[in-house]
Write a protein that binds this ligand. Structure first.
Ligand code: HEC
Ligand code: HEC
Length: 320
């Protein structure tokens, strides 16, 4: 290469680097505003629980965001600002006590689940903020606190009686049912799930319920043929939950039937909810969960999102 050509390449390279440098400096001034509005109804819990949540979640899920200098350097800052905006929208610990108690429990359960799934805190965040990682020991603290809030009492005779009554009514009512309850997205209760095969029982940490997951024929066939990611159209899962009862000897058994949930695979029909139609029918009369609110399925999808690389399904079929 002639000397002058080499020289002009060098000049171009220098020019490019300087332009990048100037851009880098300029973008430092383009900043979305992150403010910390007043904290009105802060999350309350025993100190060891509160500390974990504050350390691991508050930067994105509270009005007490504490940015470090390296969070403020662009273009990182744009991403951080985005996380905070979205994070506060779905869950804000600074507004915690303004939620009804039942919602607080629900959100706490969802939070612990998100941590178990490894979805929260966001990996991109803990890579830099290593102090925000939730250790296995932290998780035990959180689980214990959660179960202390939701645990069912031993030998609950009222619940046991309710179970007997409910079961009889249930069995009698089944064949006579003509109008099946239907969710706003058009999914009707499917009584037949009781004849399907059991895919698994949930041993996951739970909210005082015992759960069994059934799969229809299409699901069972897919398992045999190892076609489960994605699951084929026509797959249906039913997840059934009962109260968890404990007798005086400490044995755990199923109590009253609580609800059944369905996921129906049809990637066209349910494209807007990741290819799955969601439905939940709650006791005592199999009332559709969502009465009058077709958006309810978003709640289902959101909580199933940690499994997005697994076609949004948690259950790993028991190997036959
Ligand atoms: C770096 C920011 C960040 C941190 C730290 C963080 N989250 Fe999140 N979180 C988000 C964002 C963004 C969303 C909403 C978008 C999504 O679901 O990916 C979210 C969503 C959630 C949701 C709702 C899921 C849904 O969509 O309904 C829960 C629950 C949650 N986070 C719990 C936690 C808990 C508990 C912690 C602490 C252990 C935590 N997050 C830490 C950013 C964060
Ligand atoms: C709080 C988080 C959360 C929400 C909200 C949620 N799910 Fe799930 N779902 C789970 C978890 C965790 C499992 C795995 C089984 C278990 O632990 O019970 C599961 C499993 C299921 C299964 C069995 C198939 C599978 O993925 O393993 C069905 C069916 C189901 N859910 C339906 C629904 C429907 C319908 C809704 C909304 C009305 C819903 N879920 C909302 C967390 C959630």
């Amino acid at each position: 290469m002639p000397a002058e050509a080499k020289h002009s390449m060098k000049t171009k390279l220098l020019l490019a680097i300087s332009i990048l440098g100037v851009c880098f400096i300029l973008i430092q001034f383009v900043r979305p505003n992150i403010d910390n509005p007043p904290v009105k109804a802060d999350f309350e819990a025993p100190a060891e629980v509160k500390n974990i949540i504050t350390r691991a979640c508050y930067d994105c899920h509270s009005n007490q965001t504490n940015l470090r200098w390296y969070d403020k350097v662009q273009p990182v800052y744009w991403k951080v600002a985005h996380h905070i905006k979205d994070g506060r929208k779905v869950l804000n610990f600074s507004d915690w006590k303004s939620m009804p108690i039942a919602d607080q429990k629900g959100k706490l359960w969802e939070s612990v689940n998100q941590i178990i799934q490894g979805a929260m805190p966001l990996n991109s965040y803990t890579m830099v903020h290593t102090e925000a990682k939730v250790s296995p020991a932290d998780l035990v603290v959180l689980k214990n606190y959660l179960s202390s809030m939701v645990h069912s009492k031993p030998a609950d005779t009222a619940k046991t009686n309710a179970l007997d009554k409910q079961y009889k009514k249930w069995q009698n009512a089944q064949p006579a049912q003509t109008h099946l309850p239907t969710e706003p997205n058009g999914i009707a209760y499917i009584p037949d799930y009781k004849n399907w095969q059991v895919l698994s029982t949930s041993e996951r940490f739970d909210n005082g319920t015992m759960r069994v997951i059934f799969g229809n024929d299409v699901a069972i066939k897919a398992v045999k043929e190892h076609h489960i990611n994605p699951w084929p159209n026509g797959t249906i899962f039913a997840k059934v939950a009962w109260d968890q009862l404990q007798d005086t000897a400490g044995n755990v058994k199923t109590g009253a039937f609580k609800q059944v949930e369905f996921m129906i695979k049809d990637d066209q029909k349910y494209a807007s909810t990741k290819g799955w139609g969601f439905a939940r029918f709650k006791t005592p009369k199999m009332v559709p969960y969502a009465a009058g609110n077709a958006l309810f399925a978003n709640e289902c999808v959101n909580c199933h999102r940690p499994m997005r690389n697994n076609d949004f399904v948690f259950t790993m079929p028991v190997k036959h």
